[in-house]
Ligand binder design. Structure first.
Ligand code: NAP
Ligand code: ZN
Ligand code: ZN
Length: 355
């Protein structure tokens, strides 16, 4: 006999897209009602990540439509399940890029659920363990298991906290993993959402930080963010002068580009960590690696434990994202501005505009 579990649902206002070549517009989605281990959050702000654009336009392949993007979610808890002990109604909470994982594999046991051997469940563009598609933060309400819910300090500007849930942890995690700090010469390539958080963290950890940018107009901002140096990557002479200079490069570039240009800037034993995910692969010349025993590595967001550590670090050091608040209806224009590298430095949607 086939047993079908009926999960009670409720309708929620959202904004999303029916297809890769369509604009985003209003949608109604269903959220599950609160289970024993669930936290229900009224979404107040949601950041706009470049990954939202890559996925909404199916640039990485395999996108699930209709899609409601958004994985930089902050809001207020409006209900909790009977077994939830750590979260209370009325508190602030956050949700990042993942909402579930197998919880038993080596990666999950190590608190690195983003690398779950059985596949993490993404906050959107993914399928939950119930087989239903997940929908992200461009919506007024979300229901998430307590293990994937984050505590958010009420000391910080809440809208500025939202981007920490992806841009923050994605840059914090590799800087911590490679133990970046005092005495390291660090370059952050690309001053966008991820890049500006990378600068703030690398500076907070004590490194000597250079921003490598295609936009000469961002120099003053880079210095304001705490960077010690700034260089325009389109200037061949400047790039030549920086050859062999950096111990560590955090590459946040979203568009197709040549990794070799940046690998040449690493010193002996230097590492370039790629966090940007361009549509097309880049080939790497072996000489650029063997010449100075350089490493090319990658990093994917961060686990729940480290995301909470990062949020606590930000509360302690008064770190938030530099943001521009938009209305939900301005999202299509915001995407175009992000693609022109015209964002200073993260768009955050005020979800009151969707009610
Ligand atoms: P973003 O705000 O658009 O920033 C990307 C920056 O890259 C731009 O501001 C620009 O900075 C630079 N750039 C753009 N086109 C370039 C080109 N042709 N050559 C060199 N630099 C260029 O995007 P984001 O939200 O920070 O995301 C960046 C990338 O990280 C995206 O691909 C996103 O999908 C990915 N991502 C990865 C993870 C992960 O876990 N690994 C997590 C989140 C996002 P300048 O004007 O300074 O040159
Ligand atoms: Zn993201
Ligand atoms: Zn797992």
């Amino acid at each position: 006999m086939l047993l079908i579990k009926i999960i009670p649902m409720k309708n929620v206002n959202a904004y999303g897209t029916p297809a890769a070549d369509a604009m985003l517009g209003p949608l109604s989605i269903e959220r599950r009602t609160v289970g024993p281990h669930d936290v229900q959050i009224e979404i107040l702000f949601c950041g706009v990540c470049h990954s939202d654009i890559h996925q909404a336009r199916n640039e990485w392949g395999g996108s699930i439509f209709p899609m409601v993007p958004g994985h930089e979610i902050v809001g207020r808890i409006t209900a909790v399940g009977d077994h939830v002990k750590d979260f209370k109604v009325g508190e602030l909470a956050g949700v990042g890029c993942l909402v579930d994982s197998c919880r038993t594999c080596v990666a999950c046991a190590a608190g690195e659920e983003q690398f779950c051997d059985n596949g993490m469940v993404g906050t959107y563009n993914s399928k939950g363990k119930d087989g239903l598609p997940t929908y992200g933060g461009y919506s007024t309400l979300i229901v998430v298991d307590e293990k994937f819910t984050l505590h958010v300090s009420d000391k910080l500007d809440l809208a500025g906290v939202a981007p920490l849930l992806c841009a923050g942890i994605t840059t914090y995690s590799p800087l911590r993993h490679w133990k970046i700090g005092k005495g390291h010469k660090v370059a952050v390539v690309g001053l966008g959402g991820l890049g500006h958080m990378g600068v703030k963290f690398a500076v907070a950890f004590g490194a000597d930080v250079t921003v490598l940018s295609t936009s000469a107009s961002k120099e003053a901002d880079a210095k304001q963010l705490g960077a010690h140096h700034f260089a325009v990557t389109k200037d061949a002479a400047v790039m030549k002068g920086l050859a062999g200079h950096f111990d560590f490069i955090l590459n946040t570039v979203s568009a197709n580009h040549d990794y070799n240009e940046y690998l040449q800037l690493l010193s002996m034993n230097g590492t370039m960590v790629v966090v940007g995910v361009p549509e097309k692969p880049s080939t790497v010349g072996a000489f650029n690696l063997i010449g100075k025993r350089r490493s090319l590595a990658g990093s994917l967001i961060g686990g729940i434990r480290e995301t909470q550590e990062m949020l606590d670090f930000c509360a302690e050091h008064n770190i938030v994202s530099d943001i521009e608040i938009i209305k939900m209806s301005e999202i299509n224009e915001a995407y175009e501005r992000i693609l022109r590298s015209d964002v200073r430095y993260r768009f955050v949607i005020d979800m009151a505009s969707l009610k």
